[in-house]
Ligand binder design. Structure first.
Ligand SMILES: Nc1nc2c(ncn2[C@@H]2O[C@H](COP(=O)(O)OP(=O)(O)OP(=O)(O)O)[C@@H](O)[C@H]2O)c(=O)[nH]1
Length: 292
């Protein structure tokens, strides 16, 4: 067999561990990970390269019933990744009793090979694992069901081997030194978003978008300016905190992560701006990079 290349879509409910799995497979932090559901908003590619193959993983937003335009765009990205895939990995959390109906609806009519992954078995027991394996086999008749812990993924090589069996003979889709299709600006904004998700309770993270307004690469330092968009003045006040303390903390943590990620010194500016109801307005969503 010649060179193999293909697309693998990782789908599932929010918080199942999709981003954790992709980062483990790619060996780099491509997708931000937090304990909150719906952290991932865009479809993010993570590419595993080898002289003989290229596997292009898509980490996708968790599947939900959309309530506003941002979530509709997130669901369109899931659907797009299913259409493109040579293999679908459906990820489930062993400890969650989700109604998976909306996930199954997305798979209806798809002829693409499917593997079910039962994740977080480090927080479960053998009997439950056996029950869940039987459940998914019966429910979807997938090619295989694997019980894993994405957080402590044991044998990545054999996992990749399993996936390769479904990858067609094809030249590489991307340059062999690419790990992702996203650029440095995207990762800078995601790093800030991760800090916001980790620092505030529910309302602020879900109402926030981060825009990189300038990204200047000097030899020794990256100069990055950003805007944090929220929906209301009250959220702006919470985000900034007393005397600017919260925003300062986020900025410090984000800068440290960026310096590690880019292997450069970083100068980071942050401004907070209110755009009422941006999550429901198509023109803003388009401007912020969410496709229809
Ligand atoms: N115990 C345990 N926790 C895990 C495992 N895999 C992921 N997690 C945790 O589950 C949470 C969600 O993980 P993510 O990888 O962000 O999940 P996701 O499916 O990408 O989430 P969305 O972006 O909301 O769709 C994080 O707190 C992870 O650390 C695992 O194997 N075991």
């Amino acid at each position: 067999m010649g060179h193999q290349a293909g697309f693998v879509s990782i789908i599932g409910k929010p918080n199942a561990g999709k981003s954790t799995l992709m980062n483990a497979l790619v060996g780099e932090k491509m997708s931000i990970i937090t304990s909150k559901a719906q952290t991932t908003r865009h479809r993010i590619l993570g590419i595993v390269n080898d002289p003989d193959y290229q596997i292009v993983f898509s980490d996708t937003p968790g599947i939900i019933k959309p309530h506003y335009a941002l979530q509709e765009s997130m669901m369109h990205q899931v659907e797009g990744s299913i259409v493109d895939a040579d293999l679908i990995l459906l990820m489930t959390d062993i400890n969650e009793q989700h109604d998976e109906q909306d996930v199954l609806e997305k798979l209806e009519g798809s002829q693409t090979p499917l593997i079910v992954l039962i994740n977080k078995i480090d927080k479960s027991d053998e009997e439950t694992v056996m029950q869940k394996i039987a459940y998914w086999q019966e429910k979807l008749h997938p090619k295989a069901v694997y019980a894993i812990s994405a957080l402590h993924l044991q044998d990545i090589a054999s996992f990749i081997g399993t996936i390769l069996a479904y990858m067609p003979e094809h030249p590489p889709y991307y340059e062999k030194d690419f790990l992702t299709d996203r650029n440095d600006r995207f990762f800078a904004s995601e790093i800030i978003r991760e800090k916001i998700f980790k620092s505030y309770k529910k309302e602020i993270p879900y109402s926030t978008e981060v825009i990189i307004t300038a990204f200047k690469e000097d030899e020794k330092i990256y100069r990055i300016s950003s805007e944090i968009i929220v929906e209301r003045d009250s959220q702006k006040n919470i985000l900034i905190g007393p005397g600017g303390a919260m925003l300062k903390k986020i900025g410090t943590h984000a800068r440290q992560d960026m310096e590690e990620f880019f292997q450069r010194k970083v100068f980071l500016e942050m401004f907070v701006k209110v755009i009422p109801d941006w999550r429901s307005k198509k023109n803003y969503l388009k401007q912020f990079g969410y496709e229809d």
